[in-house]
Design a protein around this ligand. Sequence first.
Ligand SMILES: Cc1cc2nc3c(=O)[nH]c(=O)nc-3n(C[C@H](O)[C@H](O)[C@H](O)COP(=O)(O)O)c2cc1C
Length: 191
Amino acid sequence: MKEKLIWQGSAQLAPVPAVLVGCGDGTRRNPYNLITIGWCGMVCSEPPMLGIGVRPERFSFGLIRRTNEFTVNLPSKALAETVDYCGVVSGKALDKFKERNLTALPGEKVKAPMVAECPITLECRVKQTLELGSHWYFIADILAVRVDPDLVDEKGKLDMEKADLISYAHGHYYEQGPCLGHFGYSIRKKK
Ligand SMILES: Cc1cc2nc3c(=O)[nH]c(=O)nc-3n(C[C@H](O)[C@H](O)[C@H](O)COP(=O)(O)O)c2cc1C
């Protein structure tokens, strides 16, 4: 095996999710908005919590700071272009829901908007905020998960493959590849 090159520390974690974060509460001061976030990850299972890293210069930053709520919408591959759009255009002067023909639904537990076209939405309330540097990290409780019923079988099992989710790596969007195994398959008896 060749010796690895040594680079300076940098943001090279990949792949990461590329999610549509819904924020605002639909008021004049805090209109509904969407921001594409790559720095998003689960941070705790019990209680269920996730974090998102947001730069203070984003329009969405003020919305999240003022309302302390947001939704994380997992986009399917049909929404890949919309994910890119919401990540390169600011909602300061335009309505991204309108521009992309998306339906904003109010959350059950939060006032932040869900994207109806996304198969899965996590409703989140900020619990802790870390001022890290270029980004602030909002750690949030996941108060509810909204799932497209078409993804759930008769036994109530969620089939994530049907959601056609996308990921992001080094500036490129990808669809999911074939399943390689399931949790614990390495130690299960092979038939
Ligand atoms: C794939 C992708 C991932 C991104 N991830 C982040 C992120 O994690 N944090 C962040 O602050 N901005 C991120 N951005 C940039 C914002 O989405 C972008 O600046 C957006 O236009 C801000 O919208 P707003 O001004 O309406 O809040 C990302 C952009 C793209 C395309």
